[in-house]
Design a protein around this ligand. Structure first.
Ligand code: PNS
Length: 166
């Protein structure tokens, strides 16, 4: 039984992420979507909220589970008998992703497979989605409907808070 991990921040999960998760779930027996817990100042959602949203979106696939992870990804892989790390790859990601894949392989021998991001999502990233949403743009096309709703609501409450402080 082959087990893969799809790690990421997923703040928020986009159509591009879900495409990679689905394609990974087609080629391995079991997928764990692992949400990193590093809190960034610019985070829109807490790690628990991201897990909650991912569980809802991934419920359509019977061989995908979602969890949080802390610390090194390679340690998570060892503890969870992961055979391979699966990541989507955009042209702009290549250098850093290659470096991480090689570091992870050096650390414990765990290998990484890269799936080329679907062309229609090649320009989509969570960070751009956060920026566009914060500045009032329409992020509906890049996110599942419920995630888009929650993203807009979170941005609105944040912007209202920021307005109160100005
Ligand atoms: O969606 P992101 O922000 O690109 O996800 C990055 C993530 C969480 C996959 C990456 O930062 C990670 O693996 N963090 C865990 C810490 C770790 O193992 N660092 C060494 C990487 S070589």
């Amino acid at each position: 039984m082959t087990r893969a991990v799809c790690p990421g921040s997923f703040d928020p999960v986009t159509h591009g992420h879900l495409d990679v998760i689905q394609r990974t779930a087609r080629v391995v027996d079991h997928v764990i979507v692992a949400v990193g817990t590093n809190i960034s100042k610019n985070a829109l959602f807490t790690p628990d909220e991201r897990v909650e949203m991912l569980i809802e979106e991934c419920a359509q696939w019977g061989n995908v589970e979602v969890t949080l992870f802390r610390g090194l990804l390679v340690d998570f892989c060892t503890a969870n008998s992961i055979d391979v790390i699966s990541k989507g790859l955009r042209a702009t990601d290549f250098g850093y992703e290659l470096q991480m894949a090689q570091m992870n392989r050096q650390l414990t021998g765990v290998d990484t497979i890269f799936l080329p991001t679907a062309p229609q999502w090649a320009f989509v990233s969570s960070s751009l989605v956060r920026e566009v949403a914060t500045l009032g743009g329409d992020v509906g096309p890049f996110l599942p409907a419920k995630i888009a709703e929650r993203t807009m609501a979170r941005v609105a409450s944040r912007n209202a808070g920021a307005g109160n402080r100005m």
